[in-house]
Design a protein around this ligand. Sequence first.
Ligand code: OSB
Ligand code: MG
Length: 384
Amino acid sequence: MRAITIRNIRLHSVALPFVEPLRTSFGEEPFKTAVLIELETDGGVTGWGEATVEIMPGYSSETMGTAHHILQEFLVPLLLGKTISDATEVPDLIRSVRGHPMAKHGVEAAVWDAIAKTNNIPLADYFAAHLPSGHASRGYANVGVSIGIKPSVEATLETITKRVNEGYKRIKLKIEPGWDVELARGVRAAYPDILLMLDANSAYTLDDAEHLKQLDEFNLLMLEQPLGHDDIFQHSKLQPQLSTPICLDESIKSADDLRLALELGACRILNLKPSRVGGYTESLEIYRVCVESKLPLWIGGMLETGVGRAANLAFASLPGVTLPCDISATSRYFKQDISEPPFVLGAESRIAVAPGAGIGVQVHPERIAAAAEMWKQSYPYHQG
Ligand code: OSB
Ligand code: MG
């Protein structure tokens, strides 16, 4: 594999309008926002990464403002001029910066893409090269779709019907106190057999255990992140009380967090978001832990632009990812993405990995410029 030397890094703070916003227990954002990282090598190759941060510190403590600040002032200076022979060297190069996993994931992803492109291999193959044989990419990912909190069960059923007709075979519904048991009952009455799961985004406490037990009757694939965003202990007290498997999302920020959760019995499934755990190097370690402990694994999403989605799709095509992922077709998110071609849902609720070197999609500079302008216009008080 040929090494790269980083000549330049440009940051683009962007906003894209959603076709259907996603209301969660912590709120709803008007745009998909992100800080995109454009990394140029001495060899003239451009690698792209996405710090997939939101406007508010709702899901994560990181925001558009913090990601731009940490990238501009700290991460970019640590990387400029460095020669890197493998993308897994990046975490050591930026270790002096504590926290900020989404900003770190963005630059690491740009390095993964740049090295894969320099060596003319797809990103999925570059990931697989870091795993034992038998873990080659399948070329596609099994996917589902995430549906936000709606004004009524009827409105939710309408959206589910639309998504089922589009071909999605796994439906995830966002819940919060007051929007849970009756929702599940209503959906199960109309769709007794569909693969159905709920995501609470940390809206409950252990005091709600009796209430949450009622969800056991709905044959749910899993209940995602019912308790605190930084908790593992209380989930370990809740899981034995439920027959529904708990899936952790927010709580797992590293491979060691996962080892602790497994030791305590805090979850039976993992949602891995590479951005949440600080990059693909840590994600590969988590993947290995899941394979070793036979923990069902899927790749979550943050409504990424094409840059982040293409890379996550490559990772989700690895065979240790055993459950449908939160990576939907481009049309579920945007009228027009910042890259081409769009991702389309194929047969059997699958999306194919983009062929070609690196992330495999082409970023359109004029669309980045338009999305950067939209971010500036919309949020002049904290432009990045
Ligand atoms: O909890 O999985 C989540 C989006 C923003 C913040 C948190 C979450 C989500 C999603 C998005 O569920 C799913 C997707 O990208 O399609
Ligand atoms: Mg979640």
